[in-house]
Design a protein around this ligand. Sequence first.
Ligand SMILES: [Zn+2]
Length: 297
Amino acid sequence: MEAILKSTTDPSDLLNISDASLPYHFDQIFSAEGFGAKRLAKNRLKLIQEIDPVVQAMLGEGERVQLVSWGVEYSFVEQVFMGIWSHLINRCALVFTDRRILIVQINSRRKAMSLKTQVRYECIEGFAKRTFGYLGFVMRNKKTLYITGIPRKDRKAIKEMINRRIQTGASNAIGFGFGAGVENLCPQCGNKVVGFPDRCKQCASAFKSGRKAGLLSLAFPGLGDFYLGHRGLGAFEIIGGLLSWTFIVLPLAYGTWQGESDWTLTALVAAGVFLFVHVTDFWITRRIGFKGIYPAD
Ligand SMILES: [Zn+2]
């Protein structure tokens, strides 16, 4: 049955499949209609084909997928400090099952990357108001998860689906703490991970350390990003770091060596480069390192 999912290029081929072994409600997943629906369905099919093994590994017993969409997790701070690069790290597949939203980090070719998180419907209180093209999930811990770039048709369907759950009381938060919001999952076995341990309690696979990622980037910009598996970003920052030292500090150091300029200026500028380039990257890399659980191998 999985062979059909893999080989098909036409979403409508999947509508008549009623195999319980495939955990997808294809009739709901491909239910969008109207202008642009065809292209949307094709993109959706490609995404499902890419992430299917990961999704199947994460799903619980009897859990089924009702809607699959995509977007970019929005963080103001990351947008300011990383610009376009924040999109590369925060692009995600949104898998709405009958129990929760599975959020899988993906790259630009829709391939699943390290980070996997979940939001249980019980943890959603409602939606943020006045969001232009964003969807803001307001959670019980009073935090809001902002996702941008979700196709318009999907935004509407998602809001309707979750509001229906909230109104019918299907997601009464009995037994859920006030702290509940986005929860990290083990990237290997999908088990919920509390805090940032070294290993998974369930499958014992090792995790990377956000602290180490930060310190590596403090040593030299980009190293921590490489460690976390964000190679493009890492390479970009290493080049930036090298350029800063080569074209700002090195000429001054050469001048000092030749006896043409005072060493204090050189030292100050070197400290400035360290502060603005290294310390900034330390801070932002550490933040990215603590975004979720990265597998160590
Ligand atoms: Zn695990």
